[in-house]
Design a protein. Structure first.
Length: 489
């Protein structure tokens, strides 16, 4: 079971409707490698997938709370729709999470519930819980991270009946640590506590083994870095007449010795590799599901390029049965990943796409582009009379063409401290003055056409709002940009 298509309309940054086709025609369901600068919409896609799945088991999640601002202002509808490969446990192949009464509880079917429990979602903020949030402390305690988050859906097979660790701990913690004002004596079910402790020790053994395997993929064998977890059970302290809160202390053996305060002296690359290894190992311990999804959103931010490349092998070796969504702001890693996985791209197991920042009516929106050119996307939207979306794509095409030419020809562009402050003029003016073989690369007639288009459609690319767009202006802009691309080829 895989996702074959994602449809998003008026969700967070997405205005849409935006469609991400993951090989729906062949019914396989591809992995997605997605490049996008910070703020381009990667996290909105991340949350669309995550909240869609979690809506299957969480009554408190409401689509309206995550709706695009412009849609709320205009009273427009919105949704996140996922299309799946056929599955015997699904009555249909398309499910929707939205605020529509028709789609109410649409995601609450067992395969989607199972996928939510088994999912692996990871961004750079989650990694902070393994080390960086403990920097001021002498130890790294990951009990809450593991039991309440990473392993919350993992099943404790020791208990009868078998339940998730999060469910067990919820019951036990209410007995061990009653709220203020509780005066009656509470009897602690000792066998339940023993089963919980035994289950924790067992799963930590598995987590340790898998995490150290993952860590070696980053080049840190057990003679350099090795991980261990020390479980300190919730014990009754007679001195204070209370139970002490349990801990799971992360221990790091570095160069043959257990190092105290390892999180205060290991470099960021090692700490990031350790954190990634723990999370990856935790994902492998989730309950079974027909649909297994792994989503990584800029999770490699603490690694340099040499430490990012092992991720390719880790995904191949340990997550071949998952549908993977790998999102990165690093264009170099994006290109290297594509090159390394060329054969798989050829076999259609992966799809590569990019997100750019556009702007419509003052609102920033993601511009999603696959292999086809931006100008072709602009034409598609023009055919459907979506003039605003057409304008965003033709402006983006104009910008990309100019940037690419300036880079290829080493044309000097005005310096700005923040590259995002660069405007169309910063590229257009140097190009209009550029000569090859003592001839202008852009003739006067084309300059006039581009200048005319810049007054309306092409003004400030993705940084200006679109107002009073007319079809003829868009057609003229598309023709001018295509002619410019030919002239600069």
């Amino acid at each position: 079971m895989k996702i074959t298509k994602i449809e998003i309309k008026n969700f967070k940054a997405f205005r849409g409707p935006d469609i991400i086709n993951l090989n729906e025609d062949s019914q396989k369901g591809q992995n997605l490698l997605l490049y996008g600068e910070n703020g381009s919409g990667k996290t909105s896609l991340y949350k669309a997938l995550e909240l869609f799945l979690e809506s299957s088991e969480n009554d408190s999640l409401r689509f309206i709370d995550h709706k695009n601002f412009s849609a709320i202002d205009e009273g427009d509808d919105g949704y996140v729709r996922l299309h799946f490969t056929p599955n015997s446990n699904l009555q249909k192949t398309t499910y929707e999470w939205s605020d529509s009464e028709v789609a109410l509880n649409d995601t609450r079917v067992q395969p989607i519930i199972d996928a939510s429990k088994a999912k692996g979602f990871l961004d750079y903020k989650a990694l902070l819980h393994t080390h960086y949030l403990h920097y001021e402390k002498d130890v790294v305690d990951v009990f809450d991270l593991l039991i309440k988050t990473l392993l919350k859906n993992a099943i404790n097979d020791i208990s009868v009946p078998a339940r998730s660790f999060a469910e067990e701990w919820q019951d036990l913690s209410e007995l061990l640590f009653p709220g203020q004002g509780t005066v009656q004596e509470v009897e602690i079910p000792q066998q339940q506590l023993v089963d919980f402790n035994t289950g924790i020790e067992n799963i930590l053994t598995s987590l340790k083994a898998d995490a150290n395997k993952m860590l070696r993929e980053f080049g840190y064998d057990n003679t350099i870095v090795e991980l261990d977890f020390e479980y300190q059970k919730p014990e009754f302290n007679s001195d204070i007449d209370k139970y002490e809160y349990p801990q799971i202390l992360l221990k790091v053996d570095f160069l043959g010795s257990i190092r105290s305060k390892h999180h205060q002296f290991l470099n960021e690359a090692k700490l990031s590799a350790i954190a990634l290894s723990i999370f990856f190992a935790g994902f492998k311990l989730q309950p079974p599901s027909d649909l297994k999804i792994l989503v990584l959103d800029d999770a490699l931010i603490g690694l340099d390029m040499s430490n990012r490349l092992p991720l390719i092998d880790i995904l191949d070796k340990y997550f071949s049965d998952y549908q993977i969504f790998l999102m990165t702001y690093d264009k170099a890693f994006y290109e290297i990943f594509k090159q390394r996985k060329f054969q798989k791209f050829k076999d259609k197991q992966w799809k590569a796409a990019e997100l750019y920042l556009g702007k419509v009516d003052g609102y920033e929106i993601p511009v999603y582009v696959e292999e086809e050119k931006y100008i072709d996307k602009a034409k598609e939207y023009l055919k459907t009379n979506d003039y605003k979306a057409c304008a965003v794509y033709v402006r983006t095409a104009f910008e990309v063409i100019m940037k690419s030419y300036c880079k290829t020809e080493n044309i000097r562009v005005r310096y700005r401290e923040n590259p995002k402050d660069l405007t169309s003029l910063d590229f257009w003016i140097p190009i209009t003055r550029w000569q090859k073989n003592r001839q202008d690369v852009v003739n006067q007639a084309l300059k006039n056409r581009i200048e005319s288009a810049r007054k309306f459609t092409l003004n400030e690319l993705s940084h200006a709002s679109v107002a009073n767009i007319y079809r003829k202006e868009l057609e003229d802009a598309i023709d001018a940009v295509e002619e410019l691309e030919t002239a600069l080829a």
